[in-house]
Ligand binder design. Structure first.
Ligand code: NAD
Ligand code: ZN
Length: 363
């Protein structure tokens, strides 16, 4: 009897756990990626064979969540964008060899976008590709970096210059991991959330105008809903255009100037694209009669993001010219017609140099 009750109790607990967690599958060209929302980190043990899996994480995430990593083979890399390099990937590969990783080994990136980008890249090339999955731990990685299969490393000042597009097997969302995320990283992540709203979701933009960061930090269910809505925006865009021939380009809103100033001035990614989004709006005022720059500036400021920086337009232009969004002698620049409605404008490179000068001097 006791045994029966105990068994039943376990069943109830398991059932409760399963109903709380929600599973959604997104089909991309090469594979179906399974998203586990409202999941718990410990569920990872059900997804992979712990004995033949290696977790890649960074030193911050590792030290803040040490207990969770007990019993897992781990590779702990140094934290920060400056370590998103081929040298770090080489070291990950060496450590995979040391762990005895073979073709059947599952590699799991547990961390922010730097970790997931490099884990996806290392997993894609190790033994010509092993299976990999992600547990994003920053807002930015949850709503953006871990989704869509782009992975790679920086080369000097050139962001994400080397890499490839390959989808993970799964994404596991455990928002309790965000408890240890520093405030400035919340702010960074909200830059991408505001970006999604600006290009695709006018209603979400209004919600963001109404609320503030501390609201989402306190209200777990509002945060979970917000993250899921953003995951759906990004996944939907990628699904339509996995290899960035059209629609996916819209996600680069704010990123053209943003990427150029990010590494040149060592700015946090969210700060750089925040400034980039405002610059793109100023261009959109000229090209598309866009009228809501003020609303975007106000929302960015509300979530603690900068909207302007003193920059050397000549230097910035040199880096900008190398951007992957360049095609022949023109650059695909993302602009807004209205909040929630973005479009791609091809601007000749020589014209762009003048425009960059004008928008960086005009404030
Ligand atoms: N692949 C893509 O499509 C894509 C899209 C957007 C951004 N990115 C890339 O993502 C990177 C930025 O991502 P990011 O902002 O997550 O950077 P990150 O990985 O450097 O994380 C930011 C900081 O937060 C720390 N951190 C992360 N999660 C934590 C947690 N739960 N608790 C405590 N500390 C934690 C990290 O250690 C790091 O210091 C950039 O390299 C960018 O190029 C990629
Ligand atoms: Zn970004």
């Amino acid at each position: 009897m006791t045994k029966y009750r105990l068994h039943n109790l376990c069943f109830v607990i398991e059932l409760k756990f399963i109903t709380a967690m929600q599973k959604k599958t997104y089909k991309f060209s090469s594979k179906e990626v399974v998203y586990y929302f409202d999941a718990s980190f410990s569920f990872l043990e059900k997804l992979v064979d712990k004995n033949n899996a290696v977790i890649v994480t960074d030193e911050n995430v590792f030290s803040d969540h040490k207990k969770k990593f007990a019993g897992w083979k781990t590779i702990v890399i140094k934290a920060g964008e400056e370590f998103k390099t081929q040298t770090t990937v080489d070291s990950i590969i060496q450590q995979l060899i040391n762990h005895g990783a073979d073709r059947k080994t599952f590699v799991i990136g547990v961390g922010g976008g730097v970790v997931t980008d490099m884990t996806g890249y290392a997993g894609s090339i190790y033994m010509r590709g092993v299976k990999f999955g992600f547990v994003p731990t920053s807002i930015l990685a949850m709503v953006d970096a871990s989704i869509g299969g782009k992975n790679g490393v920086d080369v000097g000042v050139y962001k994400n210059l080397v890499g490839l597009i390959k989808q993970p097997e799964f994404l596991l969302y455990d928002i309790s991991l965000l408890k240890s995320l520093p405030k400035e990283e919340w702010v960074n992540g909200f830059a991408e959330i505001i970006k999604h709203a600006a290009i695709k979701d006018a209603l979400l933009f209004k919600e963001l105008e109404k609320n503030k960061l501390s609201f989402y930090q306190k209200d777990k269910s509002a945060l979970a809903k917000l993250i899921r809505r953003n995951v759906m925006i990004k996944s939907g865009v990628v699904q339509k255009d996995e290899f960035e021939k059209g629609e996916r380009r819209l996600l680069n809103f704010g990123h053209t100037l943003g990427h150029a100033i990010e590494n040149l001035y060592q700015l946090p990614h969210g700060h750089a694209i925040s400034i980039g989004m405002v610059a793109a709006c100023l261009l959109a005022e000229q090209f598309a009669d866009f009228k809501d720059t003020g609303r975007l500036v106000d929302v960015l400021k509300k979530y603690g993001l900068p909207t302007f920086a003193e920059i050397d337009s000549k230097k910035v232009f040199q880096v900008l010219k190398m951007d992957k969004k360049k095609e022949l002698s023109a650059m695909n620049y993302i602009m807004l017609k209205k909040i929630g409605n973005a479009f791609v404008k091809s601007i000749p490179i020589d014209e762009l140099e003048e425009l960059v000068k004008s928008i960086t001097m005009s404030r």
